[in-house]
Design a protein around this ligand. Structure first.
Ligand SMILES: [Zn+2]
Length: 414
């Protein structure tokens, strides 16, 4: 009797279902997202049987789930209100039936998401909820069934038409008289970024704590207004990061990362990237490609980038802005040089989506590589972090001092 009616999806596949049975109280759709503490996901399992695969998650309370499909790569996305995932570290890493792997995490404030990568096209053929053996928790079951490519594509296309912009809106602010610096800790929420130490160290956490430290340091003198694209473990799309910088009318955008690289332990050191249509080298092009996939990792349509440079004025502004970005990158490298081990070629360029605001000087700092044990040790060291943050704040001071001096003689600011 607690079984939710079985849902057969023929072509439509954006399904919002209220899963509130068995608790004796029905939530209206969306209600639960606001209701008190988040549900806890305490266990998860994947079972396959013939052409069907069932994904089961045990939740401490009923939630509203919404399922959608995306192609290239083939994915099933489950949107939920905020859920605290208390799952084993290796959950989602091994392939079972139609599910190649899955990720989970906070997608936006108050919203969580599970993204499953499929081994082949599949449709959601059922979504049910049942109480667990104790009756205290709810088991949400998503059933997938093998489908033809055409069928899957059609369903995914219908989704993308109805889903559009999924991330949180950004509220415009009034411009501070002081220079505004936007710090952008890479990745977050459902997108963990690179990992080291068998998943114990995640790029998203490391760069967030570094960014918080940098914010504090830059705020010390009271000379700058510091804003962050995220200050918690939440997913922010690349487009929203760029938009946030533009809405805040940032004078400088600093994205912070610590990725992995193939090439072994010997590839290490700090690198500063600026945006460019042409990459300075093959490694940088590969890194930018990987970073630009962050939206796909979280199940967000890419291609929703603001600032496609469409006219000559924007083109001119972009050229000038890139000059400022280069200038800041050189200052950063100059300051880092005395305190950090730098990559062979410490200032590189590539087509990073997050560096595309045409009117905000932007750099991306790779603090080091998680794939190098030596870099990892440094990244985890408080002393090293303090030195890096100080070097960055000196570079910021010099950059703005030079700009203000120039501003005194000519209006050259974009
Ligand atoms: Zn990264």
């Amino acid at each position: 009797m607690h079984l939710f009616p079985f849902i057969r999806l023929v072509s439509a596949c954006l399904v919002a279902i209220i899963i509130a049975m068995g608790i004796g109280r029905a939530f209206a759709a969306g209600d639960n997202a606001k209701a008190g503490t988040p549900a806890i996901a305490a266990a998860v399992s994947v079972e396959s049987e013939g052409a069907k695969t069932r994904f089961k998650v045990t939740l401490s309370k009923a939630v509203t789930a919404q399922v959608s499909l995306m192609e290239r790569p083939d994915r099933v996305i489950i949107d939920l209100p905020e859920v605290a995932f208390h799952l084993p570290g290796d959950a989602g890493r091994s392939k079972e039936g139609l599910i190649a792997s899955y990720r989970y995490g906070l997608f936006a404030p108050g919203r969580s998401r599970v993204v499953m990568e499929l081994t082949q096209p599949a449709l959601v053929s059922g979504m049910t909820t049942t109480p667990d053996a104790t009756g205290a928790a709810t088991i949400l079951t998503i059933e997938l069934s093998r489908a033809e490519r055409d069928e899957f594509r059609k369903a995914a296309l219908e989704n993308s038409a109805s889903m559009k912009e999924a991330s949180a809106p950004i509220t415009p602010e009034t411009k501070d008289a002081r220079p505004v610096i936007m710090i952008d800790p890479g990745h977050g929420g459902i997108d963990p970024g690179a990992a080291a130490g068998s998943g114990n160290v995640m790029e998203k956490e490391l760069v967030l704590s570094f960014a918080q430290r940098l914010k504090k340091k830059l705020e010390e003198g009271g000379r700058y207004k510091i804003v962050m694209t995220r200050d918690q473990d939440v997913f922010v799309s690349l487009g929203d990061r760029v938009r946030a910088a533009r809405v805040a009318q940032a004078d400088l955008f600093i994205s912070v990362h610590a990725d992995s690289i193939s090439g072994g332990q010997e590839v290490r050191g700090l690198t500063v990237y600026t945006g460019s249509e042409r990459a300075s080298d093959a490694d940088s092009a590969r890194l930018a490609d990987r970073e630009n996939k962050a939206d796909a990792v979280a199940g967000v349509e890419s291609g929703d980038m603001p600032d496609d440079v469409s006219d000559i004025l924007m083109e001119l502004t972009l050229r000038e802005t890139r000059g400022f970005s280069h200038n800041f990158a050189s200052r950063l490298v100059g300051e880092f040089d005395s305190v950090a081990r730098l990559n062979k070629n410490p200032h590189r360029q590539a087509r990073f989506q997050v560096l595309r605001a045409h009117d905000v000087p932007s750099v991306l700092v790779e603090l080091g590589y998680l794939s190098s044990q030596k870099d990892l040790d440094l990244l985890m060291s408080e002393e090293w972090r303090a030195k890096m943050v100080s070097a960055m704040s000196v570079a910021v001071d010099r950059f703005f001092a030079a700009r203000l001096a120039r501003r005194g003689t000519a209006a050259v600011l974009p």
